[in-house]
Design a protein around this ligand. Structure first.
Ligand code: GAL
Length: 661
């Protein structure tokens, strides 16, 4: 298990490089990440490749036994490229350039000129450094994505993608419901990429396809680069760093390029309001853990490419992190099985848009920031725990959570209830499962499911469904599994069209009942339900259920004109069970449902204190406290702690060996 840092040598005087590398080593770090955004320094004019400076830095790292991650610099195209070929910048719907030089991410992935120039620089990098013994892996680009482009290369690529998907224009017209307002197309050539994900009053099915296509366009651009790297880098990994549930890129589209999935985590950003304690200085554990588990779900290899080192520049609420919070986030990623962690960035810049963004080192380039000191501490701690090696398997998951990127796009295109937040729905159940001590495996509708040992699977609010997903649900329940479905499930086909049938007909026999209607309330207006004497409020969505014979009603609506209608039901099948929670409530409600299910079907759980987790990795149990107050460490009594002790301080960590030694 190694941790390291981003370093941008091209941003600092050459005379400081050796000192900076020494500083990295003196902090106990063992990885340096370089090359991102340095295209101009690598190629100051077309074809004039200059990599000696980078080679010098790779050797400085090698001499200090640091692992090197190299990046392709395509997130920052040089000015000569966009100057000569403005089409690289894309177009907005009014025909002006979509982006411009002077920042980053100012290119469209469909531009042939961009692709040509990218191939040239990536080839040069691969040839020069591909087999360097210190280089351990490659990051392609940085946080891929851009608004929907409206220039011809993108329209063209979209048409080709649609043609491949539908074959005939009739099939496309049917899938998009183009009989509505006679929106028919006669040929693929007439189709344009929509300007946004939000259709306005145009066609939502078309926008859903556009989101699917746009993610594929970024995946194709990544593959172009990966195909250059692969023959030159041997067994080294290839990754790209994703943003959490960012609509431009579904990480599941990148199988052909990546051998390791990674993401960028900035949970302490001051978002939210009316905080009554200082937990906002520590961040929401659930949002972070959900992403860790998602990254793990593609091929089992994942890393935290960027983690917040301290205060950020971009949120507008640059709160000071709680002492220890950065260390807590490092340990959280370690607990969840990451292969390595690197941080953005070593030195806090003294210039540029991110000059208020912390680094591990302060503006003087030598003094540790509070985050830097925590990195140093974690490096020291993990060096004492060899059993945390990357190839040690993490704790086997005991619950599944079905996530599906299509639903991020679909609920943005057509939310119906405007506060619907699909990622938050997943967070609610991830938190509920984690709180009860489950390790969560992310499952995807379109991928094979390994459900062995999964005592519970939650498939929250997947309103688009197909036969293969229904079969997965059914066979899991037939095999004795406990399935939880929630509000707004199974209403439509994969094109987002309602079935010409009773609402949620496809799951009626699974849930043992019917979904008769739904309700959604105005702002700051709440309805109530009661579950086992505890009242929960809701506002965003509620399915009104009818429970068939033999189906138990676990909760009913307490108010509104339909008071008494079923809100949550539970159906026992021959071996397994299906629970349907019709309410988009809060996280506490999801916890109550999971806890009641465990009690009902005899799964032994002990709820951990709120915002406290215990996760196993290899030979160790790792306790994490995301509270601004201390708690008793949830460890067996008499255990010998490798890190921490019987009291888990605010934002604290404790580690002990599972075998008690
Ligand atoms: C990330 C980005 C980094 C840096 C960082 C600042 O999203 O990849 O390059 O800008 O944000 O928090």
């Amino acid at each position: 298990m190694k941790i390291g840092t981003y370093y941008y040598p091209e941003q600092w005087p050459r005379a400081q490089w050796a000192r900076d590398f020494d500083r990295i080593v003196s902090m106990g770090l063992s990885i340096v990440h370089m090359g991102e955004f340095a295209w101009f320094d690598m190629e100051p004019s077309p074809g004039d490749i200059r990599l000696d400076w980078l080679s010098e830095c790779v050797e400085l790292a090698a001499a200090r036994k640091l692992d090197v991650i190299l990046c392709t610099p395509t997130a920052a195209p040089p000015v000569w490229l966009t100057d000569q070929y403005p089409e690289v910048l894309g177009r907005n719907e009014h025909g002006s350039p979509l982006t411009r030089h002077g920042g980053r991410r100012h290119y469209i992935p469909t531009s042939l000129r961009m692709q040509e120039a990218s191939l040239r620089i990536v080839t040069a990098l691969a040839e020069r450094f591909g087999d360097h013994p210190s280089v351990v892996g490659w990051q392609i680009d940085n946080e891929l994505g851009l608004a929907f482009d409206q220039s011809e290369p993108t329209h063209h690529a979209f048409r080709l993608w649609l043609q491949k998907k539908y074959s005939t224009i009739d099939a496309l017209n049917r899938a998009c419901g183009n009989q509505f307002w006679n929106q028919y197309y006669q040929s693929f050539e007439q189709i344009l990429m929509p300007p946004k994900r939000d259709p306005g009053y145009a066609n939502p099915h078309h926008c859903l396809d556009a989101s699917r296509f746009w993610s594929r366009a970024w995946a194709d651009f990544t593959k172009l680069q990966a195909d250059v790297l692969k023959p030159k880098i041997g067994a080294r990994w290839i990754s790209t760093n994703f943003m959490p549930f960012h609509a431009d890129t579904d990480p599941g589209d990148f199988d052909e390029s990546l051998s390791l999935w990674s993401w960028d985590s900035y949970p302490i950003n001051g978002f939210g309001s009316n905080h009554t304690n200082e937990n906002f200085r520590i961040g929401d554990p659930t949002g972070v853990e959900l992403l860790h588990d998602q990254m793990h779900s593609y091929n089992g290899r994942w890393a935290l490419m960027e983690v917040q080192p301290g205060q950020v520049n971009w949120s507008g609420y640059p709160c000071l992190p709680y002492p220890g919070a950065i260390r807590l986030h490092l340990w959280t990623a370690i607990a969840h099985g990451c292969e390595f962690i690197t941080v953005y960035r070593l030195r806090q810049p003294t210039f540029g848009i991110e000059m208020w963004h912390d680094g591990l080192l302060q503006h003087d380039g030598v003094s540790l920031s509070p985050g830097g000191a925590q990195f140093k501490q974690v490096a020291q701690e993990i060096s004492q725990l060899p059993g945390l090696d990357a190839n040690v398997t993490q704790q086997e998951p005991t619950a599944g959570l079905v996530i599906d990127f299509d639903h991020i796009w679909w609920t943005q295109a057509l939310p119906q209830s405007k506060r619907w937040n699909q990622a938050e729905v997943w967070c609610q159940y991830h938190q509920a499962l984690s709180r009860m001590g489950f390790r969560v495996r992310s499952l995807h509708p379109g991928r094979a499911w390994d459900t062995k040992d999964l005592k519970i699977i939650v498939a929250p609010s997947l309103q688009m469904i197909d036969q293969s997903l229904i079969e997965k649900y059914q066979s899991y329940v037939d095999a004795g599994g406990h399935l939880v479905l929630s509000a707004r499930s199974a209403l439509q086909d994969r094109n987002g069209q309602f079935f010409e049938q009773d609402r949620a007909h496809a799951i009626a026999s699974l849930i043992g009942g019917e979904v008769e209607a739904y309700d959604a309330l105005p702002e700051e207006t709440y309805g109530k339900i009661d579950i086992d004497g505890a009242t929960h409020r809701w506002s965003i969505w509620a399915d009104l259920l009818y429970a068939g014979e033999g189906t138990k009603v676990w909760a009913r609506y307490q108010d509104q004109f339909y008071a008494g209608a079923a809100a949550i039901t539970h159906r026992r099948h021959v071996r397994g069970t299906v629970t349907y929670n019709g309410v988009y409530g809060d996280r506490a409600l999801a916890e109550s449902v999971i806890e009641k299910l465990c009690r009902t079907v005899g799964i032994d759980v002990t709820a951990l204190p709120d915002r406290v987790r215990v996760v196993r990795r290899g030979e160790y149990a790792i306790a994490l406290n995301f509270n601004d107050t201390s708690v008793k460490t949830p460890a067996p009594s008499g255990v010998k702690f490798a890190v921490g002790g019987p009291v888990l301080p605010a934002a604290g960590v404790a580690v002990w060996r599972i075998d008690g030694r």
